[in-house]
Write a protein that binds this ligand. Structure first.
Ligand SMILES: Cc1ncc(COP(=O)(O)O)c(C=O)c1O
Length: 355
């Protein structure tokens, strides 16, 4: 048994792996592998339809919000969003809450003006900025709801009259939000939704078609909507595994039920970090991420030793990102509470042996 705390690609439910493995050999008794199935077949059309319908149902989306599965990873959305929404004379507002937000800013500048309305840079992104204003005439306001590298998360989505765009790559489907209040949400699949190789895009169709720039066919969201997310060959296997993961989420009570478990996992680990004399959290308490828990040791010399102890306990993926150091434990939807308990036990045993 391995306890997988990887930041992404990351743990998915065991039954999803089993079903995906079976479909590689024989998809739904067709005698064909899912890997050799034409994307225009009725068998795959049913997969795409179910995947999109499950997103709509789980996120309780209204009829204005369209669901797309696109190629390119979340990084493609850093440019596809402004290419579709920001004219070159217009200004978009961005919150800089870490590496991913900065990358989104860099791409947006290729298409129009960008105003960074808040930044966590001065305190090395250990907190979510609180006092800032978004100009009324900003075409949209972009946030990164969960900062995978620094372990911070917007616990309350900022109220804004502007169109709201969110990179939800690392906390999609982890907590109940009013998803209809967002005009565009995007997320790489490889944390809470499925394997790497596909993006989820949820877009309010009413915000499209408002700019003058010609948009390449494959980059224009409207074409993907018209074609039912089948403008070209979709990443068939990745969409299939997302569909299986979404089925699993629905069968386990949906987002509200998984949020309770996510809260319990995060509380268990943060309580240990706060009470164990050897460890300390890196992020302001009110902004702590429930998906990526970042922590360090007072005595940095012990960190290698703790990593070795974790490895001996079959805990993998907790080495922190190089920008933060220390440790990062990712507690995505599919990670059971029992795995967090193993990590907590390992921290306690380590502390006792170094008392
Ligand atoms: C919040 C966030 N946005 C964007 C990305 C980039 O995703 P991709 O590698 O799919 O382009 C990541 C990757 O970890 C992420 O965590």
């Amino acid at each position: 048994m391995v306890y997988n705390f990887n930041a992404g690609p990351s743990i998915l439910p065991k039954e999803v792996f089993e079903q995906a493995a079976a479909a590689v050999l024989d998809f739904n008794n067709t005698g064909l592998s899912i890997l050799e199935l034409g994307h225009r077949t009725s068998a795959f059309q049913a997969v795409m339809d179910e995947a999109r319908a499950l997103v709509k149902e789980l996120m309780q989306l209204d009829d204005d919000h369209e669901v797309l599965f696109l190629h390119g990873g979340a990084s493609t959305q850093f440019m596809q969003v402004p290419m579709n929404l920001l004219d070159d004379k217009e200004t978009a507002a961005y919150a800089d809450t870490g590496v991913w937000g900065q990358k989104a800013v860099k791409e947006a500048k290729l298409f129009g003006k960008v105003e960074v309305v808040c930044t966590g840079k001065e305190n090395n992104y250990t907190a979510i900025p609180k006092d800032f204003a978004v100009p009324n005439d900003a075409t949209y306001f972009h946030i990164t709801t969960n900062n995978t590298i620094y372990g911070s998360q917007w616990q309350k989505i900022p109220a804004t009259s502007n169109r709201l765009i969110a990179d939800m790559s690392s906390d999609i489907f982890s907590r109940v939000l009013n998803f209809n209040s967002f005009d565009l949400i995007y997320a790489g699949a490889q944390k809470n939704m499925g394997p790497a190789g596909v993006n989820l895009v949820v877009v309010n169709k009413n915000i499209l078609g408002k700019i003058k720039r010609p948009i390449p066919t494959i980059m224009d969201y409207r074409n993907h909507i018209t074609e039912g997310s089948m403008l070209n060959t979709p990443p068939v296997f990745a969409v299939y595994v997302c569909m299986l993961t979404l089925r699993w989420l629905k069968a386990n009570g949906g987002i509200a039920a998984i949020e309770k478990l996510n809260d319990a996992k995060a509380a268990l680990l943060y309580n240990e970090i706060d009470s164990n004399p050897l460890f300390k959290g890196t992020v302001a308490k009110e902004d702590r991420s429930k998906m990526n828990v970042c922590f360090v040791m007072d005595n940095a010399k012990l960190e290698e030793e703790f990593l070795a102890a974790a490895k001996a306990a079959n805990i993998i993926g907790i080495k922190g990102h190089r920008l933060v150091g220390g440790f990062r434990a990712s507690l995505y939807n599919a990670l059971p509470v029992s795995s967090v308990q193993v990590l907590v036990n390992t921290m306690q045993t380590f502390a006792k042996s170094h008392a």
